[in-house]
Ligand binder design. Structure first.
Ligand SMILES: O=C[C@H](O)COP(=O)(O)O
Length: 249
């Protein structure tokens, strides 16, 4: 699977042009392709991908409550009614700028699953943690807090995105070995808690400076099931090249 996270980029007309160009370049992707678009574009982009077996749309956030007086927020029910299939939750930018922690993210994941949305749960360590060699402790803790209350059926609808914070938007991609090591660790954690069938089948994406020139090698690692792409998803040529770098299932 390849998911693009546009973050706060593209106007609605730019977004539509980008999706049209990607779909024209890769009309039949060999993998699931998801556009994570700004809230104002959800309906418009959903219209463009509607009916396509491999293209889908993700919201970049969602509120944990069912409905109510939460000005500026989007609910799970609204996303589902608009035809949206995925929601990105726990991105490091929301952890940093909106103060989200794994307890809150756990509430959001539960709400999303209750409505049939598929959460793309983001986790990952900061640079000082990596330098101290504590990345598995920190990511393990994030996953435990955010996902351990789920049952095997629920977790099987979750996509995990490992995004080392030091690699996001910096051009400093994790090495293939670093990515593989963490993905294997995450898969083992999920297998231990939910059983090996769930662990073997869960999709674990790598995110952090994925580009056309490193995607193929990263995606060739046995536990890397694709990517969550920021900057390189904003340009049709580079996103199309990354989609085409996914190894066949
Ligand atoms: O959600 C995507 C990540 O934050 C990666 O962003 P990037 O590809 O620009 O490093």
């Amino acid at each position: 699977m390849v998911a693009g996270n546009w973050k706060m980029n593209t106007t609605p007309s730019e977004g539509k042009a980008l999706v049209r160009a990607v779909m024209e370049k890769v009309p039949n992707p060999a993998t699931r392709v998801v556009f994570g678009v700004p809230a104002i574009q959800l309906l418009g982009i959903q219209e463009l991908v509607k009916g396509h077996p491999n293209y889908a749309v993700a919201a970049q956030n969602m509120h944990q409550e069912e409905s109510g007086a939460y000005t500026g927020e989007l609910s799970a029910a609204m996303l589902v009614d608009a035809g949206i299939e995925y929601v990105i939750l726990g991105h490091s930018e929301r952890r940093d700028y909106a103060g989200e922690d794994d307890d809150l993210i756990n509430l959001k994941i539960n709400r999303a699953l209750k409505h049939g949305l598929k959460p793309i749960y983001c986790c990952g360590e900061k640079l000082d943690i990596r330098q101290a060699g504590n990345q598995e402790i920190v990511v393990g803790h994030q996953i435990e807090q955010a996902l351990s209350s789920l049952d095997p059926e629920q977790i099987s609808r979750v996509v995990i995105a490992y995004e080392p914070v030091w690699a996001i938007g910096t051009g400093m991609t994790a090495s293939n070995e670093q990515a593989q090591q963490m993905h294997a660790y995450i898969r083992k954690m999920i297998s231990n808690q939910f059983g090996s069938e769930v662990g073997n089948n869960i999709t674990i994406l790598y995110g952090g400076s994925v580009k056309p020139n490193n995607a193929r090698e990263l995606f060739a690692e046995p536990d890397v099931d694709g990517g969550l792409v920021g900057g390189a998803s904003l340009e049709a040529d580079s996103f199309a090249a990354i989609i085409e770098a996914v190894r066949p299932a």
